[in-house]
Write a protein that binds this ligand. Structure first.
Ligand code: FES
Ligand code: FES
Length: 183
């Protein structure tokens, strides 16, 4: 079948790629664009490890087609950090030890980012509800919920808790090495 040419925006950068008509957005991100932060846990929309934001909405990249992204805006975990400066969600996930193997972490980070974009001060119940589609097999959810709550506080009052933690060239929580700005 003929390849589809797609022009889209990924993490602020204009991107063009060609893909097979039935190729998932997750496969395009990982295999064609080299954005391997998004993970495949199930491939069937059940685990949330592939969560990305498309046109401001949280979606499972495994359930969308790369061909559907023409003219749209895609945000992945690689776009969370600002150069070497971690996003407060990443900082708080690290501080609260809200990850172990890290496979689920990119999805949790993107689901949390989508939550905080629409609700800057979520209750614990609202955080748990928003993250209900993301599964973690090793950390347990309490630390993740506390990290998201702390990130919300940090974003609301950045001066108090000190944002701007540098990665020092190490991997950001849930993302790739953050030595360069992703846009
Ligand atoms: S890999 Fe997409 S929801 Fe599990
Ligand atoms: S940290 Fe391992 S699955 Fe969540």
């Amino acid at each position: 079948m003929a390849a589809v040419l797609v022009s889209t925006t990924v993490n602020g950068d204009a991107v063009e790629y060609s893909c097979a008509p039935r190729e998932s957005l997750l496969d395009v991100l990982r295999n064609r664009l080299g954005l391997t932060g998004s993970k495949e846990g199930c491939g069937t929309g059940d685990c949330g490890a592939c969560s990305v934001i498309v046109d401001g909405r949280l979606v499972c990249a495994c359930l969308m087609l790369g061909a559907e992204m023409d003219g749209r805006t895609v945000e992945t975990v690689e776009g969370l950090a600002d150069g070497a400066t971690l996003h407060p969600l990443q900082t708080k996930f690290l501080e609260h030890a809200a990850l172990q193997c890290g496979v689920c972490t990119p999805g949790f980070l993107m689901a949390s980012k989508a939550l905080l974009a629409r609700n800057a001060n979520p209750t614990e119940e609202e955080i748990r509800f928003a993250l209900a589609g993301n599964l973690c097999r090793c950390t347990g959810y309490d630390k993740i919920v506390r990290a998201v709550s702390a990130a919300a506080a940090e974003l609301a009052h950045p001066a108090k808790s000190g944002t701007g933690k540098k990665t020092g060239g190490k991997k950001a929580a849930g993302g790739k090495a953050t030595g360069k700005k992703k846009g």
